[in-house]
Design a protein around this ligand. Structure first.
Ligand code: GUN
Length: 298
């Protein structure tokens, strides 16, 4: 039987709607909107699209959007001064500095300058540490979105075998922490893992976040496994086409014959990231002002 397709687009739309309603309630109570500041340095075309989408989604969710578009030549001192100003601005609940930054800027130093309690990306080492030790903080949006889709489908993850492929700070490592906190048995696989197909074959849950087109094959999967594909890779164009197809890290067509459920690319994990960013901003706003929010319910 073919796998259930996990509809990330619909899931994200429903989350954005829930966040929008709670943001309106926040405004009524706090007397101001929850606010998200997004900083873009330079003219990277993909980043410009992301930042535009984030701004629109923020406004649509009844929140205030503060966009700061800076030239590629912006100095470290100028960028850090802006971050400092946003840290101290009471109208700003969340700060996101779009990555990648131009080469002359030190990304880690910029992330370290963000107030951890406004770090809605969850990239600050304080938030990575909080996640690792089980304290309340902010969790990176993509893995948190993956976790929401997994628990929606599977309920309790206790004792399930989970394999995370890829060990990035933004996806793989926080994903493993979240699965561990949910009592899954977690294996982190990566480019040096031996016998990756055998490791993947024992997994009830596979999260693929390696950035290699269609690397995970259908016959690597345990029948019935839940597969979350974080990859977004563009293939070389077919003859006559201007652009190649977008594919994930999982060979989708074969995988769907074996898996129990699988996220498509596009339309799976991707749309969840911005929806979770809005969720994290809503959470930040409530914490900043001291208004209660049932955080685990959203
Ligand atoms: N660049 C691509 N994705 C992201 C993201 O989620 N956050 C930030 N800050 N930059 C990104």
């Amino acid at each position: 039987m073919a796998a259930e397709i996990i509809d990330g687009k619909a899931f994200a739309a429903s989350l954005r709607e829930k966040v929008g309603a709670l943001a309106a309630a926040f405004e009524a109570q706090a007397g101001r909107k929850a606010g998200l500041a997004v900083v873009l340095v330079g003219e990277d075309p993909a980043s410009q699209v992301y930042v535009g989408s984030k701004g629109k989604a923020t406004l649509a969710a009844n929140m205030a959007s503060f966009e700061h578009r800076l030239p590629a030549e912006t100095s470290a001192a100028e960028l850090l001064a802006l971050v400092d100003r946003l840290n101290r601005d009471p109208a700003v609940d969340g700060i996101l500095v779009q990555l990648p930054l131009p080469g002359h800027l030190d990304e880690q130093a910029v992330i370290a300058a963000i107030d951890p309690d406004k770090d809605v990306d969850g990239f600050h080492v304080i938030n990575a540490g909080r996640l690792a030790v089980g304290q309340r903080g902010f969790v990176p949006c993509t893995p948190l979105g993956c976790m929401m889709m997994l628990t929606d489908r599977l309920g309790d993850l206790s004792g399930l075998e989970a394999v995370v492929i890829g060990r990035s700070n933004i996806v793989g490592k926080p994903m493993a922490q979240l699965l561990l906190a949910a009592n899954a048995t977690v294996t982190m696989a990566h480019s040096r893992t031996k016998d990756l197909p055998d490791v993947v074959r024992r997994a009830d849950i596979v999260v693929a976040a390696v950035g290699r087109a269609e690397m995970v094959k259908g016959d690597w999967l345990k029948p019935g496994a839940t597969v979350i594909d974080v990859g977004i890779n563009r293939l070389a164009p077919e003859p006559g086409a201007a652009k190649g197809r977008l594919v994930g890290d999982v060979a989708f067509e074969k995988a769907r014959e074996v898996a129990g459920a699988i996220t498509p690319v596009p339309g799976g994990v991707g749309p969840m990231t911005i929806a979770v960013l809005l969720r994290n901003t809503l959470v930040a706003a409530h914490r900043n002002v001291g208004i209660a929010l049932a955080e685990d319910a959203i």
